[in-house]
Design a protein around this ligand. Structure first.
Ligand code: FAD
Length: 296
């Protein structure tokens, strides 16, 4: 799917083609910077619908997120989406960041609350003069800019959601505030994604929901990530990977196979596209694309 600047994500997704997108994070040093731009260069030929750049936990990467998305807008043909969180910012600071993004040529923002400084599931305290929930950030962006807005959704519900129905209503509030599309946290089972879409539609959150894909390349680091967000790897996934516990190459192969099957199941279930958490590397995404017979 190709895009034209100024076209909304909703319009792009409504055309019916599948959307493919890649997520990157701002690196810490020069070596990381080289790795990031190598991954961007490797993945650009696939013509992603958009590429997104995260905003560091605790609001730590303000300048780098603006710089990287700005450079993507200037130097590549890809549509950058800048993540922005409420953590540690007053509304005046948020407005200043939105101005910086607009000056850098960035027209799409992922509006997020951000995790509390203690990590997911720890108490959230809003900053004085700041915002409490992502729907307020969506409303602020809508009020002060004409940027296009994406939001987060959670296949198994957000860790702090009262229940799954409330979780869907939170997505509805973000939609009502002006969000055009949602991207999910990494999907561990296709059925979780289908459940989320059903709940969202039931409460009138009528926005395209793109599932997030994170292939398992190393069991221990995936386990850490899943624990961090207080979820559990599905038993069937653990059982498929267990025989390769001492064989990193075979484990990686099986991880790619599992991710490929997940992508196929999600597309078969009607997902409007796939969003890849690349961790600033392109190899695993290219392998999954080859398996899905998506070529440059
Ligand atoms: P919200 O929608 O505000 O929800 C937060 C919690 O508050 C939920 O438990 C919700 O149920 C509850 N809630 C929301 N509204 C209300 C209300 N009106 N009344 C009562 N309760 C309410 N984090 C980063 O720091 N940087 C990133 O770049 C980043 N990118 C992400 C990208 C994606 C695709 C995803 C899925 C997550 C990302 N995150 C990022 C993590 C995200 O910031 C956290 O998961 C955060 O805890 C929730 O963010 P949210 O935008 O969904 O918040």
């Amino acid at each position: 799917m190709t895009h034209e600047r100024g076209q909304s994500m909703r319009e792009l997704l409504a055309r019916g083609d599948k959307s493919f997108s890649f997520e990157f994070f701002p690196p810490k040093d020069e070596l990381g910077e080289q790795q990031l731009w190598q991954a961007i260069t490797d993945l650009e030929p696939y013509g992603p619908t958009f590429v997104s750049v995260t905003y560091g936990a605790g609001g730590t990467t303000r300048d780098r997120t603006v710089a990287i998305t700005g450079r993507i807008a200037r130097e590549t043909g890809m549509l950058p989406v800048a993540h922005l969180t409420c953590v540690g910012h007053t509304t005046d600071e948020i407005t200043a960041i939105l101005d910086d993004l607009a000056r850098a040529g960035v027209e799409h923002v992922m509006a997020l609350r951000g995790d509390p400084p203690g990590g997911p599931g720890t108490p959230w305290t809003p900053t004085e003069g700041g915002l409490t929930y992502a729907n307020e950030l969506v409303a602020l962006i809508r009020e002060r800019t004409d940027m296009r807005i994406g939001v987060a959704a959670f296949p198994e519900g957000h860790v702090d959601a009262k229940d799954l129905d409330h979780d869907a209503r939170v997505l509805r509030a973000k939609y009502d505030a002006g969000a055009e599309f949602a991207v999910t946290d990494m999907v561990l089972r296709a059925s979780d994604y289908v459940g989320l879409v059903d709940r969202a539609h039931a409460v009138g959150a009528d926005l395209p929901i793109i599932p997030g894909i994170m292939p398992i390349l190393n069991l221990r680091s995936m386990q850490r990530m899943v624990d961090f967000s207080r979820r559990e790897l599905p038993q069937e996934t653990v059982e498929r990977l267990a025989p390769y516990a001492d064989d990193p190459a075979r484990l990686r192969e099986e991880g790619i196979a599992i991710a490929t099957e997940l992508c196929e199941a999600l597309l078969d279930a009607g997902a409007p596209g796939l969003h890849f958490y690349t961790l600033n590397r392109s190899k695993a995404t290219r392998e999954i694309f080859a398996n899905l017979q998506i070529t440059v």
